[in-house]
Design a protein around this ligand. Sequence first.
Ligand code: COI
Length: 357
Amino acid sequence: MSIYIDPAVGASLRGFEVPEKLGFGTVMAPVMFRAVYQDGCWSRGELVPYAPLALDPAAKVLHYAQSCFEGMKAYRTEGGGIALFRPERNAVRMAHSAERLCMPPVPESLFMDGVRTVTAYCANLVPAASGESLYLRPFLIGTQADLSVSASTSYEYIVIASPSEAYHAGNMRLWVEREDARAAVGGTGDAKVGGNYAASLLSIARLKKRGYDQSLWLNPGNRKTVDELSGMNFFAVMDGELHTPALNGSILEGVTRDTLIDLARDLGYAVHERAIDIDDLLELVRSGTCNEAFACGTAAIISPISVFGDGDGQYELAQAPGPVAERLRAALLDIQEGRVDDRFGWMQSVEPVSLKD
Ligand code: COI
């Protein structure tokens, strides 16, 4: 199906200036993609000026949280081109999240139409500085106006974009969250749904008052092993080897996590996907066996961890950022920003659309 381009898109893009200071996710591109699902069918996609959504106050998403999303990036590459990083992984993961919430998965071709069209029209907005990118946020919401607890019969798939710096650049202080649990195995732990992020906010608000940046979530079943952060996966370096929690149903299968495992093995590091007991980890930090830890994600890239706070205890990492995190970050950005050959076939180039006056 061809994509409808609203005639007002050109004026919206031409009238838009990218501010000098970007931050993360605060500057919105002036266009967005949308497609509507109704009576079992998807409409054709349209590129329209960025604008507030018209939602009925009884829309299912507002009451029963039928909402899932993805985070992905378009990069300006060394040769001047624009490319997406492993977008098919996001399409598959969003379909998984949608199914968990009883929503119709966005067909991969429509998912890709959305991200590729927004990227092509916003090519001029993709920042050039290393570590910056056009952050893309595809999402799916249930729109039917009906307060019964049942799956919506109508949906919208929308893609917005934001020229951004990395999320959480710099060292992070983590608080070991022993009080609250976030998302369980058999629940929505391995789905990228808005509710998981809402459930992490109270913990973050509490730990900020104690001088920390992010929660380190423990497995909600055993309250003993490390799961992830709110929006990032976790890695620790012990005796020069990498350890990351195994996918266990309450951890999101991060695209960056998966990529770093491949890159690290390619660089000769041993990588262990396993259950990491939090008390063992803190002891290994104290003894110096674990001298480095970092979090990773599409938005964050790689964020070094400088300290774990747990009750009255503080466990400082010897190196933040450490050499392993720095080497992996450089290797990842070298591929994403086109400085080295894409040996893994991870990049998909996008042809920019040039706007006529
Ligand atoms: C991403 O890394 O793209 C995410 O969706 C995490 C979000 C909390 C910024």
